[in-house]
Design a protein around this ligand. Structure first.
Ligand code: SAM
Length: 203
């Protein structure tokens, strides 16, 4: 951990509270503002490692909780973890099996490894957001909720518009925990209209 972390009050607060990273507070802020997770919801978290969102979700619901990441997640009691790429149809099948068919909520904090080249990184991040939306279309039950991490910029507006086609209530939300100067923004979508028209996995 570099010095920027040790000076960071959200990081210190997270460590004290037993969360794996400060990112826990981003989901807590979203939950406080939008109430996306209800007490019995079955929730899928994609891009979940190291697992601080999973810790928050586990506390919010008594339902099933599944976490998926390219990297292994150190076990959390009451949470099923899967190591793999959430865009892989076999991984998606496994998620479906574990969640029991459909989910009430899908959250994605998935982010690509950054290259430092702004427009390229933004395009990849928005692409991952589109993949998350496509997967949400196949796994969410009507009325379900979705959170997608994205980055502000030209392509973000297109992704927001795509999400609006499939949910009754959609807003962009910048958390206070996001770092100063970061373009990170979350799309918080509530009340899924129902399965998207086209075939699995593509919009
Ligand atoms: C910002 S971290 C997530 C932090 C997490 N929400 C937490 O609270 O601990 C982003 C994660 O997305 C994962 N990721 C990126 N692309 C992915 C993909 N296609 N499938 C699964 N995980 C992916 C990365 O491996 C990384 O661990």
């Amino acid at each position: 951990m570099g010095s920027q972390w040790t000076k960071d009050s959200a990081y210190r607060k997270a460590m004290k509270a037993g969360y794996r990273t400060r990112a826990a507070y981003k989901l807590l802020e979203i939950q406080k503002k939008s109430g996306i997770i209800r007490p019995d919801d079955n929730v899928v978290d994609i891009g979940a490692a190291p697992g601080s969102w999973l810790q928050v979700i586990r506390d919010l619901t008594g339902g099933r909780v599944i976490g998926v990441d390219l990297n292994p997640i150190v076990p959390i009691e009451g949470v099923t973890t899967i190591t793999g790429d959430f865009t892989d149809p076999l991984v998606q099948e496994r998620i479906r099996e574990e969640i029991g068919g459909i989910a009430n909520v899908l959250v994605s904090d998935a982010a690509p490894k950054l290259s430092g080249q702004k427009s390229y990184d933004q395009a990849r991040a928005v692409g991952l957001g589109e993949d998350a939306l496509a997967f949400a279309c196949t796994i969410l039950k009507p009325g379900g909720n979705l959170v997608i991490k994205s980055f502000q910029g030209e392509l973000f507006v297109d992704l927001l518009a795509e999400v609006r086609e499939h949910f009754y209530s959609v807003r962009g939300y910048r958390t206070k925990t996001s770092r100063k100067g970061s373009a990170e923004v979350y799309i918080v979508a509530k009340n899924f209209k129902g399965r998207c028209n086209d075939t699995e996995g593509s919009l």
